[in-house]
Design a protein around this ligand. Structure first.
Ligand code: C5P
Length: 235
């Protein structure tokens, strides 16, 4: 599994996203989330693919199984490299998403979002009512196991859970981790944050980094430092 840093392009316009990526380099793996996709539509995905970038389309589908099946079938036409659904939709929803990937012969990695990196264990128990003495790590492991059993390639989780998931779910299960903050960086709305060095140590495959790069005074320098810390070399 190729280790990489995925840059989260949380911008409202395609121009801002394209300009930022052009300043970082040709090899950048980009993440298009709901802000950019809802404002620019599928064309922005095609544009990044045309420019030779790998694209993670992060729309976190969560609906009844039949609707998610149709949604993934439509997204498959875009030829993205990675996309995702919410594990909270349950096993049947997951297996329908996997069926859509298989039927369309999509080569996209399909991931399940376990517990958002902005969710603390306290919020999980108090607001989502996931209690019964389960720790957040146990819930993430349960969701990831359910995903694997239903044919997912991997999950989105915090690198804090990376070590445990790697041990329990094997080397081939793809671990993609947002909530990355270099030491001393602003945390913002993220809660379960980890440095790129720790993410490397805990064996995750991809880290997703947004604001520490996009809002940096010198985004290229920030991107290169994070690549060096996580991949161990400059990209
Ligand atoms: O700016 P920051 O580095 O916090 O961006 C993290 C990105 O990863 C955001 O685009 C966010 O939507 C996404 N993400 C996340 N936690 C998840 C799944 C996706 O932060 N569990």
């Amino acid at each position: 599994m190729g280790k990489d840093v995925i840059v989260a392009l949380d911008f409202a316009t395609g121009k801002e996203a394209l300009d930022l990526v052009a300043s970082l380099g040709e090899e950048v793996y980009v993440k298009i989330g709901m802000e950019l996709f809802y404002s620019e539509g599928p064309e922005i995905v095609r544009e990044f693919k045309k420019r030779g970038h790998k694209v993670f389309l992060d729309l976190k589908l969560h609906d009844i199984p039949n609707t998610v099946y149709g949604g993934i079938r439509s997204l498959s036409k875009l030829g993205v490299d990675m996309t995702n659904i919410h594990m909270a939709g349950g096993g049947k929803m997951v297996s329908e998403a996997v069926r859509a990937i298989e039927e369309t012969q999509s080569e996209s990695i399909l991931l399940g979002v376990t517990m958002l990196t902005s969710t603390s264990e306290e919020r999980m128990k108090e607001e989502l009512l996931i209690q019964k003495d389960y720790s957040l790590e146990e819930v993430v492991l349960k969701y990831a196991t359910l995903g694997k059993e239903n044919g997912l390639h991997g999950v989105v989780c915090s690198a804090m859970e990376g070590k445990k998931l790697r041990k329990e779910l094997g080397e081939d299960f793809v671990l993609v981790c947002p909530g990355i903050r270099p030491k001393d960086a602003e945390v913002g709305d993220q809660v379960r944050v980890v440095t790129p060095e720790e993410a490397k140590e805990w064996g995750v495959d991809y880290i997703v980094v947004g604001r520490p790069i996009t809002k940096a005074e010198n985004p290229k320098e920030a991107y290169e430092m994070i690549c060096k810390a996580f991949i161990g070399e400059e990209k």
